[in-house]
Design a protein around this ligand. Structure first.
Ligand SMILES: [Zn+2]
Length: 234
Protein backbone atom coordinates (compact mmCIF):
# COMPACT_ATOMS: atom_id res chain seq x y z
CA UNK A 1 0.00 0.00 0.00
CA UNK A 2 1.38 3.36 -0.98
CA UNK A 3 -0.32 6.42 0.42
CA UNK A 4 0.49 9.56 -1.46
CA UNK A 5 1.28 12.93 0.15
CA UNK A 6 -0.73 15.03 -2.29
CA UNK A 7 -4.10 13.44 -1.58
CA UNK A 8 -5.91 11.54 1.18
CA UNK A 9 -6.53 8.66 -1.16
CA UNK A 10 -4.56 5.50 -0.39
CA UNK A 11 -3.87 3.33 -3.39
CA UNK A 12 -1.93 0.31 -4.60
CA UNK A 13 0.42 0.62 -7.52
CA UNK A 14 0.55 -2.33 -9.89
CA UNK A 15 3.34 -2.15 -12.42
CA UNK A 16 3.15 -4.33 -15.48
CA UNK A 17 4.16 -4.40 -19.11
CA UNK A 18 1.42 -2.17 -20.43
CA UNK A 19 1.42 1.01 -22.48
CA UNK A 20 -1.21 3.04 -20.70
CA UNK A 21 -2.16 3.72 -17.10
CA UNK A 22 -5.55 3.34 -15.50
CA UNK A 23 -7.22 3.52 -12.13
CA UNK A 24 -9.57 0.86 -10.81
CA UNK A 25 -11.81 1.29 -7.78
CA UNK A 26 -12.84 -2.12 -6.49
CA UNK A 27 -16.18 -2.56 -4.82
CA UNK A 28 -14.51 -3.14 -1.45
CA UNK A 29 -13.01 0.35 -1.71
CA UNK A 30 -9.49 -0.64 -2.65
CA UNK A 31 -7.91 1.47 -5.36
CA UNK A 32 -5.45 0.09 -7.86
CA UNK A 33 -3.36 2.17 -10.22
CA UNK A 34 -2.14 0.01 -13.07
CA UNK A 35 0.83 1.56 -14.79
CA UNK A 36 3.67 0.83 -17.20
CA UNK A 37 6.99 -0.11 -15.53
CA UNK A 38 8.78 3.20 -16.08
CA UNK A 39 6.24 5.68 -14.76
CA UNK A 40 7.38 7.73 -11.74
CA UNK A 41 5.70 8.00 -8.32
CA UNK A 42 5.18 11.72 -8.94
CA UNK A 43 3.41 11.01 -12.18
CA UNK A 44 1.15 8.47 -10.43
CA UNK A 45 0.37 10.97 -7.67
CA UNK A 46 -0.59 13.52 -10.34
CA UNK A 47 -2.87 10.99 -12.00
CA UNK A 48 -4.62 10.30 -8.71
CA UNK A 49 -4.92 14.01 -8.03
CA UNK A 50 -6.44 14.63 -11.45
CA UNK A 51 -8.96 11.83 -10.94
CA UNK A 52 -9.71 12.63 -7.31
CA UNK A 53 -13.32 13.69 -7.85
CA UNK A 54 -14.09 10.65 -9.93
CA UNK A 55 -12.49 8.37 -7.33
CA UNK A 56 -14.50 9.87 -4.46
CA UNK A 57 -17.68 9.62 -6.53
CA UNK A 58 -16.98 5.98 -7.35
CA UNK A 59 -16.17 5.15 -3.72
CA UNK A 60 -19.47 6.76 -2.67
CA UNK A 61 -21.36 4.73 -5.28
CA UNK A 62 -19.79 1.49 -4.06
CA UNK A 63 -20.58 2.46 -0.47
CA UNK A 64 -24.26 2.99 -1.36
CA UNK A 65 -24.41 -0.27 -3.26
CA UNK A 66 -22.67 -2.17 -0.48
CA UNK A 67 -25.16 -0.76 2.03
CA UNK A 68 -28.15 -1.95 0.02
CA UNK A 69 -26.43 -5.29 -0.23
CA UNK A 70 -26.12 -5.67 3.51
CA UNK A 71 -29.78 -4.73 3.95
CA UNK A 72 -30.89 -7.60 1.76
CA UNK A 73 -32.49 -10.32 3.82
CA UNK A 74 -32.52 -13.96 2.93
CA UNK A 75 -36.15 -14.25 3.99
CA UNK A 76 -39.14 -16.00 2.51
CA UNK A 77 -40.60 -13.91 -0.30
CA UNK A 78 -37.48 -11.87 -1.03
CA UNK A 79 -36.89 -11.48 -4.79
CA UNK A 80 -33.74 -12.70 -6.52
CA UNK A 81 -32.87 -12.19 -10.17
CA UNK A 82 -32.12 -14.87 -12.70
CA UNK A 83 -32.02 -14.20 -16.44
CA UNK A 84 -33.74 -10.86 -15.93
CA UNK A 85 -36.67 -12.17 -13.92
CA UNK A 86 -37.22 -11.93 -10.20
CA UNK A 87 -37.99 -15.15 -8.32
CA UNK A 88 -39.16 -15.28 -4.75
CA UNK A 89 -37.15 -17.04 -2.13
CA UNK A 90 -38.41 -20.04 -0.16
CA UNK A 91 -36.39 -21.34 2.75
CA UNK A 92 -36.72 -25.11 2.72
CA UNK A 93 -35.69 -28.07 4.85
CA UNK A 94 -34.57 -31.47 3.68
CA UNK A 95 -33.13 -30.37 0.36
CA UNK A 96 -29.80 -31.81 -0.66
CA UNK A 97 -28.66 -28.93 -2.90
CA UNK A 98 -27.93 -25.60 -1.27
CA UNK A 99 -30.08 -23.78 -3.81
CA UNK A 100 -32.53 -24.80 -6.53
CA UNK A 101 -34.87 -22.93 -8.85
CA UNK A 102 -38.06 -24.97 -8.68
CA UNK A 103 -41.67 -24.18 -9.56
CA UNK A 104 -40.82 -20.52 -10.05
CA UNK A 105 -39.12 -20.14 -6.68
CA UNK A 106 -35.57 -20.06 -5.43
CA UNK A 107 -35.46 -22.79 -2.79
CA UNK A 108 -32.61 -22.15 -0.38
CA UNK A 109 -31.66 -24.62 2.32
CA UNK A 110 -32.86 -23.14 5.57
CA UNK A 111 -29.87 -24.21 7.64
CA UNK A 112 -27.62 -21.94 5.56
CA UNK A 113 -29.61 -18.94 6.74
CA UNK A 114 -30.23 -20.22 10.25
CA UNK A 115 -26.53 -20.08 10.86
CA UNK A 116 -27.04 -16.37 10.55
CA UNK A 117 -24.30 -16.02 8.03
CA UNK A 118 -25.34 -14.01 5.01
CA UNK A 119 -22.07 -15.13 3.45
CA UNK A 120 -23.27 -18.75 3.27
CA UNK A 121 -26.50 -17.78 1.50
CA UNK A 122 -24.64 -15.46 -0.85
CA UNK A 123 -22.15 -18.20 -1.64
CA UNK A 124 -25.02 -20.58 -2.49
CA UNK A 125 -26.37 -18.02 -4.98
CA UNK A 126 -22.96 -17.30 -6.44
CA UNK A 127 -22.32 -21.00 -6.96
CA UNK A 128 -25.73 -21.39 -8.55
CA UNK A 129 -25.06 -18.55 -11.01
CA UNK A 130 -21.61 -19.92 -11.80
CA UNK A 131 -22.94 -23.43 -12.49
CA UNK A 132 -25.91 -22.25 -14.61
CA UNK A 133 -23.75 -19.61 -16.24
CA UNK A 134 -21.13 -22.12 -17.32
CA UNK A 135 -23.78 -24.13 -19.18
CA UNK A 136 -25.63 -21.23 -20.73
CA UNK A 137 -22.63 -19.18 -21.72
CA UNK A 138 -21.07 -22.26 -23.26
CA UNK A 139 -24.19 -22.58 -25.47
CA UNK A 140 -24.18 -18.90 -26.37
CA UNK A 141 -20.46 -18.99 -27.23
CA UNK A 142 -21.06 -21.99 -29.50
CA UNK A 143 -23.91 -20.12 -31.18
CA UNK A 144 -22.10 -16.81 -31.70
CA UNK A 145 -18.53 -18.01 -32.32
CA UNK A 146 -19.12 -18.82 -36.04
CA UNK A 147 -20.97 -15.53 -36.52
CA UNK A 148 -18.09 -13.55 -35.06
CA UNK A 149 -15.45 -15.76 -36.64
CA UNK A 150 -13.63 -16.59 -33.44
CA UNK A 151 -13.84 -19.72 -31.32
CA UNK A 152 -12.34 -19.15 -27.86
CA UNK A 153 -9.92 -21.72 -26.46
CA UNK A 154 -11.60 -21.74 -23.09
CA UNK A 155 -13.84 -19.71 -20.83
CA UNK A 156 -15.02 -19.61 -17.26
CA UNK A 157 -17.61 -17.91 -15.10
CA UNK A 158 -16.38 -16.40 -11.86
CA UNK A 159 -15.98 -13.30 -9.72
CA UNK A 160 -14.47 -10.62 -11.94
CA UNK A 161 -14.57 -7.53 -9.74
CA UNK A 162 -15.91 -4.51 -11.61
CA UNK A 163 -15.88 -6.11 -15.08
CA UNK A 164 -18.65 -8.07 -16.80
CA UNK A 165 -16.21 -10.10 -18.82
CA UNK A 166 -12.62 -10.19 -19.94
CA UNK A 167 -10.60 -11.34 -22.91
CA UNK A 168 -7.06 -12.61 -22.36
CA UNK A 169 -4.35 -12.50 -24.96
CA UNK A 170 -4.31 -16.32 -24.92
CA UNK A 171 -7.89 -16.40 -26.17
CA UNK A 172 -9.42 -17.24 -22.79
CA UNK A 173 -12.71 -15.54 -21.96
CA UNK A 174 -14.00 -14.95 -18.44
CA UNK A 175 -17.52 -13.86 -17.48
CA UNK A 176 -18.73 -12.44 -14.20
CA UNK A 177 -21.32 -14.64 -12.47
CA UNK A 178 -23.48 -11.53 -12.21
CA UNK A 179 -24.13 -11.77 -15.96
CA UNK A 180 -26.65 -14.48 -15.06
CA UNK A 181 -28.87 -11.95 -13.32
CA UNK A 182 -29.34 -10.09 -16.61
CA UNK A 183 -31.87 -10.95 -19.34
CA UNK A 184 -30.71 -13.37 -22.05
CA UNK A 185 -30.48 -10.51 -24.58
CA UNK A 186 -27.96 -8.74 -22.37
CA UNK A 187 -25.91 -11.91 -21.78
CA UNK A 188 -25.77 -12.34 -25.55
CA UNK A 189 -24.51 -8.79 -25.91
CA UNK A 190 -21.75 -9.43 -23.35
CA UNK A 191 -20.81 -12.68 -25.12
CA UNK A 192 -20.66 -11.06 -28.57
CA UNK A 193 -18.78 -8.06 -27.19
CA UNK A 194 -16.06 -10.29 -25.74
CA UNK A 195 -15.83 -12.47 -28.86
CA UNK A 196 -15.40 -9.36 -31.00
CA UNK A 197 -12.35 -8.42 -28.93
CA UNK A 198 -10.61 -11.15 -30.90
CA UNK A 199 -10.72 -8.79 -33.89
CA UNK A 200 -10.03 -5.56 -31.97
CA UNK A 201 -8.81 -5.35 -28.39
CA UNK A 202 -9.95 -1.75 -27.91
CA UNK A 203 -13.34 -0.02 -28.26
CA UNK A 204 -12.78 1.82 -31.51
CA UNK A 205 -15.40 2.31 -34.24
CA UNK A 206 -13.95 -0.72 -36.01
CA UNK A 207 -14.64 -2.83 -32.93
CA UNK A 208 -18.24 -1.63 -32.59
CA UNK A 209 -18.72 -2.29 -36.28
CA UNK A 210 -17.91 -5.97 -35.64
CA UNK A 211 -20.45 -6.08 -32.80
CA UNK A 212 -23.00 -4.36 -35.04
CA UNK A 213 -22.62 -7.02 -37.74
CA UNK A 214 -23.80 -9.69 -35.30
CA UNK A 215 -26.16 -7.66 -33.10
CA UNK A 216 -27.57 -4.69 -35.03
CA UNK A 217 -29.46 -3.54 -31.91
CA UNK A 218 -26.39 -3.71 -29.65
CA UNK A 219 -26.73 -0.02 -28.69
CA UNK A 220 -29.99 -0.72 -26.88
CA UNK A 221 -28.51 -3.67 -25.05
CA UNK A 222 -25.41 -1.71 -24.13
CA UNK A 223 -27.55 1.16 -22.80
CA UNK A 224 -29.65 -1.28 -20.76
CA UNK A 225 -26.52 -2.69 -19.12
CA UNK A 226 -25.18 0.75 -18.34
CA UNK A 227 -28.47 1.76 -16.74
CA UNK A 228 -29.29 -1.43 -14.84
CA UNK A 229 -25.90 -3.05 -14.38
CA UNK A 230 -25.35 -1.81 -10.83
CA UNK A 231 -28.62 -3.41 -9.76
CA UNK A 232 -27.53 -6.82 -10.93
CA UNK A 233 -26.18 -8.03 -7.64
CA UNK A 234 -26.94 -10.08 -4.58
ZN1 LIG B 1 -14.77 -4.49 -24.32
Amino acid sequence: MKASFSTDIAYNVVRSRRKTADIVVERDGRIFVRVPPSISQEHIAEMIKAKELWIYKTLAEWRDLNETRVLRDYRNGEGFLYLGRSYRLSLVSGQEEALLLKNGRFCLRRDLVDRGEIAAAQAAFREYYIARGSERISQRLAYYAPKVGFDPNSFDVRELGHRWASFSSKGHLAFHWKCMLAPQKIIDYIVVHELCHFHYRDHTDAFWNEVDKVLPDFQERKAWLRKHGAGLDL
